[in-house]
Design a protein around this ligand. Structure first.
Ligand SMILES: CC(C)(COP(=O)([O-])OP(=O)([O-])OC[C@H]1O[C@@H](n2cnc3c(N)ncnc32)[C@H](O)[C@@H]1OP(=O)([O-])[O-])[C@@H](O)C(=O)NCCC(=O)NCCSC(=O)C[C@@](C)(O)CC(=O)[O-]
Ligand SMILES: NC(=O)C1=CN([C@@H]2O[C@H](COP(=O)(O)OP(=O)(O)OC[C@H]3O[C@@H](n4cnc5c(N)ncnc54)[C@H](O)[C@@H]3O)[C@@H](O)[C@H]2O)C=CC1
Length: 438
């Protein structure tokens, strides 16, 4: 077992690598070579990446892809996607191509309200706390003016603070439930600064409140933090077309296709086992755009799945209907995204991704990202209800299998040709490559 290392964070990058190689790789120098292969030859750029996080020893590449042909509210977009999974970008591109001839995507941001909470314990008379809060609420808000004045100039700022009594769920537990506008920032740092300030003010004001007993004055701040559950920071995207414009094949008429599609979405609405996979498919598109644009995908993931459970059971984030022979497919998803702050002005590829999208504001980026999720879900369901998922996915995954088998360029060429008309499975690729190598 590796012994405990103290002061590791203070070591140089080289020494961190040497320590790791000595303790985990039997001093194998090949490990160092692998790490160095991924270093950037531009030292300033490498240092920038090293400084994004802590204890950095190399870079971890993800493919940076683009999906063209998105028509969104009448404008054309090429969407940047950072994702490792094969077939996701192809699926998004295919859906974009399909819908561009049918009016494209329509989007809207319903609201952009963010949330943060000061969680505290108060052991005393609830009515006195309510009266105290009424008395001090405006003082708490105005005391943070130095933090919020610039955000207000951008159209955001502190929207409201509510006192919430949570004592039925936990003894003595109350919250300041606070809402914010954060303009083009995701807002974590603005919100957390405001919350920590509110918490300090709450403590001071309580200590000096003459209506409280000594015990009541002594309320305890437990923590102050933004919430990644943002059910009022919502983007919607939709597509629609006459049922007759949907895919029409020998196996499935356009009407049968529409009805089967709706059943597939309905199953995801009522059956959590299916809903999780259905939404995972949506997140294939969402996460790829969120990563490419330097946003916090953990925050988006956590918020989206909480929203999918808001009615008490985990359910689909998309909806499909047929009304008067018109098929409609839509998504409604919380997306607290930023186009300033975080990595957005630091990471050169993030800057490029935002430039590719025409340097959108946060609202526009929310719309584009929702579209990527809807497109992805459309492509997946289209495959699931027709050919099945494996045909297209394995077609794209073929290159990974060939690389695992260390196929030469000539072998790749021959096998890509062969698998244009034959089903791809891992074992069949092995059989065919062995045939070529005999
Ligand atoms: C994979 C496809 C697109 C093939 O679909 P296809 O019809 O065989 O493709 P095609 O070769 O006829 O090309 C049609 C268009 O697809 C795109 N396309 C096609 N190939 C490429 C490529 N190599 N690179 C870039 N784009 C590509 C591209 O837009 C192309 O147009 P073109 O560029 O030729 O004018 C289709 O089968 C598909 O959409 N499948 C769904 C794939 C999918 O959802 N993958 C996600 C991984 S599986 C998963 O994680 C989630 C899931 C599925 O479980 C979720 C759920 O259950 O709901
Ligand atoms: N629970 C969570 O989700 C947490 C996330 N984070 C991280 O915080 C980062 C995002 O925080 P932010 O506060 O968004 O970033 P940030 O603090 O880097 O930048 C946002 C700041 O940019 C300034 N700004 C300039 N122009 C603006 C405009 N047009 N609109 C809005 N603000 C403008 C404002 O001062 C604003 O506070 C992400 O890296 C995220 O991973 C940090 C803590 C917790």
């Amino acid at each position: 077992m590796t012994s405990i290392v103290s002061g590791f964070s203070k070591l140089s990058k080289e020494d961190k690598i040497n320590w790791m190689v000595a303790h985990h790789f039997d001093n194998d120098q090949k490990t160092i070579n692998v790490l160095k292969t991924y270093w950037n030859s531009d030292q300033a750029l490498q240092q920038l990446h090293d400084e994004f996080a802590e204890n950095t020893i190399s870079n971890y590449y993800l493919p940076f892809s683009i999906a063209p042909n998105f028509l969104i509210n009448g404008n054309r977009y090429t969407i940047p996607m950072a994702i490792e999974e094969s077939s996701v970008v192809a699926a998004a591109s295919k859906a974009a191509k399909f819908w561009q001839d049918r009016g494209g995507f329509t989007t809207k941001v319903e609201s952009m309200v963010k949330v943060g909470q000061v969680h505290f314990s108060y052991n005393g008379n609830p009515e006195k706390l309510k009266t105290f809060f009424k008395d001090v609420k405006s003082k708490i808000i105005s005391s943070a003016a130095h933090l919020s004045k610039n955000m207000e100039k951008r159209g955001g700022g502190i929207k409201d603070i509510e006192l919430r009594d949570k004592t039925s769920e936990m003894k003595h537990y109350y919250q300041l439930h606070c809402t914010f506008g954060t303009a083009d920032a995701m807002g974590a740092n603005f919100i957390n600064s405001c919350l920590e300030h509110f918490a300090k003010q709450l403590t001071i004001l309580a200590t000096n409140y003459i209506g409280f007993s000594n015990e009541e004055k002594n309320l305890e701040i437990i923590m102050s933090i933004l919430s990644n559950y943002v059910p009022e920071c919502i983007a919607t995207a939709s597509v629609s077309c006459p049922v007759t414009d949907l895919p029409n094949t020998k196996q499935l008429s356009a009407t049968q296709y529409a009805e089967k599609f709706i059943k597939a979405v309905q199953i995801a609405k009522i059956e959590p086992y299916r809903a999780v996979t259905h939404n995972k498919g949506i997140m294939n598109g969402i996460d790829a755009v969120v990563l490419a644009t330097g946003n916090d995908f953990r925050a988006i993931e956590a918020g989206a799945h909480a929203y999918a459970s808001r009615k008490g059971s985990y359910s689909s984030l998309t909806n499909a209907t047929i009304t008067n022979d018109v098929f409609s497919f839509s998504i409604k998803i919380p997306l607290a995204l930023g186009t300033v702050g975080g990595l957005t002005s630091l990471h050169p590829l993030v800057k490029l991704a935002l430039q590719l999208l025409g340097n959108p504001n946060a609202e526009k980026l929310m719309e584009i990202t929702a579209v990527a999720g809807l497109a992805q879900n459309f492509a997946a369901i289209n495959s699931l209800i027709t050919s099945g998922i494996q045909q297209g996915h394995m077609k794209m995954h073929l290159m990974n299998i060939l690389n695992q088998l260390k196929a030469t360029n000539s072998e790749k060429k021959q096998l890509i040709e062969y698998f244009k008309t034959n089903a791809v499975t891992h074992s069949e690729v092995v059989v065919q490559i062995e045939k070529l190598r005999q």
